[in-house]
Design a protein around this ligand. Structure first.
Ligand code: PGU
Length: 448
């Protein structure tokens, strides 16, 4: 019996050695998320998704967090101020909070209880989004309520699949590129360029006002535009968006418009939605979020608008396939949170949102002035919660480290948003006022 067990173990281990490659051969550094960089040894015979192996490094924001924590570990008494990740800091205002509380309370009553909701969101919230935020430009049936814009970008990519070519602004919010890589739309990273082969990078720089010349870029199937922009803080003009819609229509491209920072727009005539542009319903999808509207970054609520008439090349409505994704892989946003969303869109909620946004925009103004006074070229911060500072040719990661060490302020290096961001620094206005003022005092000393 003992012997046969030993034989069985031997047989098993030799069988396994066929399916699991030898440890030595597969011992290597896995750095798809640098916060979890480890020497791994195979414990299964499952091949890694080859697209994940293409990812050059970890996702940007955890990497920033890792460096911040490393600094804290070395300097335990440090008093760090974060102007890094764009995460809201101010409490949820009362009328909106009441919506959330009432939503939760209702679940404790027989009449108010509800279980799984419609995967596309509650009908009354879809109606309110259409009415209050789009002035009826879009139909409630075109609104898909979700748990946030970031998650929707991934779901949109899931719908498009691996066979499309995506175009992004360079620099841009890293999720568009990273999800394109994960989906298998790209080849490898071109180390010299810092760009993935197979993605169209549309240059955004000081000379073009940080808005790309879409017509001069190669055709892509899916064009990602974010306005007001992360990271540059620049909002696209009506003329720029009209031109982009025109080019997308001519080329048969789908424009994915990320309007997560729309409520920060204060300049008159800057569109808050792509659907303010004539013809956009023939070519565009819009992703949006309550995160920055109402301090819902942790609460989680967003939406995507997919126009009824938007069709793939074989005539299938895009909305039909997006609905298939949502019904299959999403079970609807939390009913409590959707009650909070409804409260956001009440007259009292909209007023509270306005006050919150004004607060962050005043922070942005303080940051802008600090860097302008120091003699830097500064972009954004008037229609967006980010300012983008030109470092006059200095490396953005070096400047990030220098500011962390000298001023104990966390910023985001522009290079984290793509090669086009090198030489710039992004600062977020999402912080308590006293933190912004203190950070500016420290930055004046560190950067003078
Ligand atoms: N779209 C853009 C353009 C964003 O900048 C962000 C957040 C989102 C979508 C996310 O929206 P949710 O509705 O909350 O999912 N950008 C922040 C946070 C970082 C992150 O990973 O999302 C930033 O600092 O850039």
């Amino acid at each position: 019996m003992k012997l046969s067990l030993a034989v069985l173990a031997l047989t098993l281990s030799s069988a396994l050695s066929f399916t699991i490659p030898s440890n030595a051969a597969h011992r290597r550094t896995v750095n798809s998320d640098t916060s979890m960089t480890t020497q791994l040894q195979a414990t299964t015979g499952v091949a890694r998704n080859k697209n994940f192996a293409k990812l050059a490094g970890g996702y940007l924001f955890p990497e920033i967090g890792r460096r911040r924590n490393a600094y804290l570990e070395q300097n335990p008494s440090a008093n760090i101020i974060s102007l890094g990740i764009g995460d809201t800091t101010q409490p949820i205002p009362s009328a909106i909070l009441k919506g959330l509380v009432d939503g939760a309370t209702a679940l404790g009553t027989q009449d108010g209880y509800s279980g799984y909701g419609a995967e596309q969101g509650k009908a009354d919230l879809r109606e309110k989004i259409s009415e209050v935020l789009y002035n009826g430009l879009i139909d409630p049936s075109e609104v898909f309520v979700s748990d946030g814009a970031k998650c929707d970008i991934q779901r949109i990519q899931n719908m498009f699949g691996p066979d499309v070519i995506s175009a992004v602004q360079d620099p841009s919010y890293p999720v568009y590129v990273d999800t394109s890589v994960m989906m298998g739309q790209t080849q490898q990273l071109d180390e010299a360029k810092g760009q993935y082969d197979g993605i169209v990078y549309m240059e955004c720089n000081e000379a073009n006002g940080f808005y790309p010349d879409v017509a001069a870029s190669p055709r892509a199937d899916v064009v990602y535009i974010c306005s007001p922009n992360n990271p540059t803080g620049v909002a696209a003009t009506r003329a720029q968006l009209e031109e982009t819609v025109k080019v997308c229509k001519e080329r048969g491209s789908i424009l994915v418009f990320d309007a997560a920072y729309a409520p920060f727009i204060r300049s008159p005539d800057v569109p808050k939605s792509i659907f303010e542009i004539e013809g956009a319903k023939d070519c565009a999808i819009e992703v949006n979020s309550f995160s920055k509207y109402a301090g819902f970054t942790g609460v989680r609520l967003g939406w995507t608008v997919v126009p009824e008439g938007l069709k793939f090349s074989d005539g299938t409505p895009v909305r039909q396939d997006f609905n298939r994704v949502m019904t299959t892989s999403f079970n609807g946003a939390s009913n409590i949170v959707q009650a909070g969303g409804l409260a956001c869109l009440s007259p009292a909620g909209m007023k509270e949102i306005e006050t919150l946004i004004d607060y962050y925009l005043e922070n942005a103004g303080i940051l802008r002035k600090t860097f302008i006074d120091l003699g830097y070229n500064v972009y954004g911060g008037t229609d967006a919660p980010y300012i983008f500072v030109s470092l006059n040719g200095k490396s953005s990661w070096d400047t990030f480290s220098e500011i962390l060490e000298k001023a104990e302020v966390v910023t985001i290096p522009g290079a984290g948003f793509g090669p086009g961001g090198e030489g710039f620094l992004r600062l977020s206005a999402f912080a308590p006022r006293e933190g912004v003022i203190e950070a500016c005092e420290r930055l004046k000393k560190a950067m003078a």
